[in-house]
Design a protein around this ligand. Structure first.
Ligand code: NAP
Length: 288
């Protein structure tokens, strides 16, 4: 069993830290809004720290899951950041969806001070975190990853090292590219079905068994048809992820015309008041 800390008890971090505790690890938590950390300790035991630095002191592995690149820099490199408290030979595992650039920057900063960094964004959403069945995409050094993997598996169904620092974030970008175009296709199909006067639920039931089937169709088709979006993965988060994707594509020369277009469609959804709606709300701008 390991001595670990978890920084950022949001929708994802809160249950991820809970799974670490349930597997028997010794867990210290930190959250910017301290009340949430206190609530976590009241529910799960363990200890709450006042700063990321204090949380990191004396741990073998420190996990984080915060919002974006700037938030991540703040909890690692900031004045009371975790990197000032990391011991030699320890590991920092970051589950934030962030840029490959910040992953490489933090990898280098960690190595300079004698500890290691793994970028490890996740897929599977709130339900995946609650049920401990996330997919984790990692970048970093093999021997470091081998040490962290058994602990990561406390809240994951699958975890894999994809290459050097930044490779986890690049893999997560591919994940989001694949989702963006697919959800727009599904939205157009359902919108067309309504206009054609078909029983869309029956249509989805039959075509989901064939070549058009997908996770999105299985899990979101029905609610898209009903116009329900008050759950799931928020449009604001998706736009953050797509801006990371498009920034990386500008650097590596990848051509992503559909992803760029869908990003603008999500901007329309934000203007319609859908900042916190699930990503399946792309259909709302077609049906309006
Ligand atoms: P969330 O519920 O908004 O939680 C964000 C957490 O980060 C909170 O604990 C927040 O603290 C903390 N935080 C943010 N900025 C901070 C800062 N500058 N300093 C210190 N703490 C800070 O977000 P989430 O849904 O858990 O998502 C977290 C990450 O996972 C994001 O990168 C997201 O893209 C990614 N992700 C989310 C999902 C999903 O379905 N939600 C799925 C896959 C990946 P406070 O409590 O004080 O605000």
């Amino acid at each position: 069993m390991a001595k670990v800390a978890f920084l950022g008890l949001g929708v994802m971090g809160y249950p991820m830290a809970r799974h670490l505790k349930a597997k028997g690890h010794e867990v210290t938590v930190y959250n910017r809004t301290a009340a949430k950390a206190e609530q976590w300790v009241a529910e799960n035991g363990g200890r709450a720290a006042k700063t990321p630095r204090e949380a990191a002191e004396g741990q073998e592995i420190v996990f984080a899951c915060v919002g974006n690149d700037d938030d991540l820099r703040q909890v690692t490199l900031g004045p009371d950041g975790a990197f000032h408290g990391m011991g030699k030979g320890t590991i920092f595992v970051d589950h934030t969806t962030a840029s490959a650039e910040v992953a490489r920057e933090l990898y280098a900063a960690a190595n300079d001070t004698g500890f290691s960094f793994i970028d490890a964004p996740v897929s599977g959403g709130q339900a995946g975190a609650e049920n401990g069945v996330l997919t984790v995409m990692c970048g970093g050094d093999e021997e470091v990853y081998a040490k962290a993997e058994p602990v990561i598996m406390s809240f994951a169904r699958a975890s894999r090292l994809l290459g050097p620092a930044g490779s986890g974030q690049l893999t997560k970008m591919i994940n989001q590219i694949c989702i963006a175009g697919l959800v727009q296709g599904l939205a157009e199909g359902i919108h067309f079905g309504k206009k054609a006067g078909l029983d869309v639920e029956a249509v989805l039931e039959v075509i989901s068994k064939g070549a058009a089937g997908s996770w999105q169709m299985e899990n979101r088709g029905k609610t898209m048809n009903q116009g329900k979006f008050d759950f799931g993965f928020a449009v604001d988060w998706m736009r953050k992820d797509l801006s990371i994707v498009l920034g990386e594509a500008r650097k590596n020369g990848a051509s992503l015309p559909v992803t760029a277009l869908v990003d603008q469609f999500y901007a329309d959804v934000q203007k319609m008041g859908g900042k916190r709606w699930d990503t399946s709300s792309l259909i709302a701008r077609l049906d309006k």
